[in-house]
Design a protein around this ligand. Structure first.
Ligand code: FES
Length: 116
């Protein structure tokens, strides 16, 4: 399932996606250069969406993913909570495929992926 082209992901920024059109973003992606990190948009604290506004998942420094609800901070590369009420818990990774032409897809067989 296609998410976007990598050029539509600003370097150093985050973006939310609603690949299954449930009416809210369920996947967040952070780009760092050619590397992409994707997680379920669900905080391990209360299993709630985390953006403080559309596509805004990072703190002011851009160095951490943050949850808008209670301020938990997560390591971008590992998804591990390093500060806040769910310290030591982790975001759920979402495997991506980045094709040679730059198209970014959810990896097949992922639980978020529905059979076609
Ligand atoms: S729901 Fe994310 S920190 Fe509480």
């Amino acid at each position: 399932m296609r998410l976007c082209h990598i050029d539509q992901l600003p370097d150093g920024a985050s973006r939310g996606f609603d690949p299954h059109q449930v009416g809210q973003d369920t996947v967040l992606v952070v780009r760092q250069g050619r590397r992409l990190f994707a997680y379920r948009d669900a905080c391990p604290h209360h299993d709630t969406p985390m953006a403080w506004r559309k596509d805004a998942y990072l703190d002011g420094t851009g160095q951490h993913i943050v949850c808008a609800a209670h301020g938990a901070q997560f390591d971008i590369a590992t998804g591990l909570c390093t500060l806040g009420p769910c310290l030591g818990e982790s975001l759920t990774p979402v495997p991506l495929l980045i094709h040679n032409n730059g198209e970014v897809h959810l990896a097949p067989q992922h639980p978020l992926e529905t059979p076609t």
